[in-house]
Design a protein around this ligand. Sequence first.
Ligand code: FRU
Length: 480
Amino acid sequence: MQDYYRPVYHFTARQGWMNDPNGLIQFRGTYHAFYQHYPYAPKWGPMHWGHAVSRDLVHWEHLPIALYPDQDYEKGCFTGSAVDNNGELTLVYTAHHDERSPRETQCLAFSRDGIYFTKYEKNPVIKGPPPGYGEEFRDPKVFRRGEDWYIVVGCTRENRGGVLLYTSPDLRRWDLVGLFCESDGAQGIMWECPNFFQLDGAWVLLISPIDMEKARCIFITGEADFEKPAFMQKKWSRADYGLDFYAPQVFTDERGRCILLGWMDMWGDFPTRKDGWAGAFTFPRQLFLEGATVCQRPVEELALLRRKELFNGNLKLRRGQKNNLANIQGDCLEIEFTIPRGKLESGVLTMLLRASADRKERVLLQWDLSSQVFTLDKEQSGSGQGDTPKPAARKQPWAGLSTEKTSIPLEEDGEKQVHILVDRSSIEIFLCGGKFVFTNWIFPRPASVFYDLFMEGAELSIPDLKIFELGSGLETPASG
Ligand code: FRU
């Protein structure tokens, strides 16, 4: 089936390659999403900024490419962010040039109509990292505090990742305030895509560290001192426990919601390439704090995509009895339920997603309700319509993390909410009120549309299972 893996309700570029979300903003009521983009082939190449707009975060319209790498100081327009400066949509981005030193500088582009951008004639506005820092110096994230503008920029020093803080009165002249935060020694050698924002009154730094053994993206909560400067780390947690998530960006919308979009990452040689594209955004997620933990839930606009209710009620899972979801089929579903409070003496809740009729192909979720260990296994989740070999295990610098199977102790005794989004080639799982999120690409056969939910070693009553079929919110690649 042609282009089967194209998500139905997740954003993808029309053609070619995409990676990080960039410049996320709600500008004059409209949501704008830019993204790292190579339009000419489904592989990473000289970076452009692709561009799309939406009124509701789920229906996107493609716009012309916003930034081309067309200046002598850049071979690629790398990741950056956006602000509304009195009606002027301003992009702050990294110009990357391999043959120059410094290789990475920070630049501006402006637009009045939110569609066509002009690069600042005095670019670059930050001409390189300060002395003593490594060449990798990128991904400015801009924010306002009082009368002043600030950016955090990812950097590296003596093999430790960090973020530098700069300030400006007008977005054009920038002064270094200093090193704002740095790896504690086990948080990677360079920090990509920093985001610094306030969430329910607390400051949060979100980074994508290179070579951190225990995580690919982390939220850090802490105390901020903008004069010193210093961001004192209090607590860090993984932003996503899944296998295909990177470079998230956060913005605050006009309703005051902190919204995150990530890159559903695919460095491997995946089957979508034969259909001319690679990469997608995650489903937009609203962030909120639960104690000191940053939690995520799909934005409520998800409800706009619900087409058909497939199940709504309770479900009794008898010990060892399978085929409890025999009537459910589909490749674009929302599944939601609660596991009642209380720790079981024994019992493993098992879920099969996107299973073939013989159940050999499937994504397997197993939640041991006595030890609280949750396992996601996509080793048998397909290789691309059965006609292409399984993509080679991806080589990643994140040595500690498997790309096929992951097990996490969730240590959660309360009521456990489960919320799952399935879309053709992806699965996003939100557990325990969004404390733990798992984002994954999968390449099952189109006929693998079966599901199951069963208990081994005990019984369980699910009081509130809801399953919806989700419908398209996106343009088809041919239109627009
Ligand atoms: C993260 C990243 C950024 C960089 C961009 C280049 O995925 O490496 O640090 O700006 O991608 O495409």
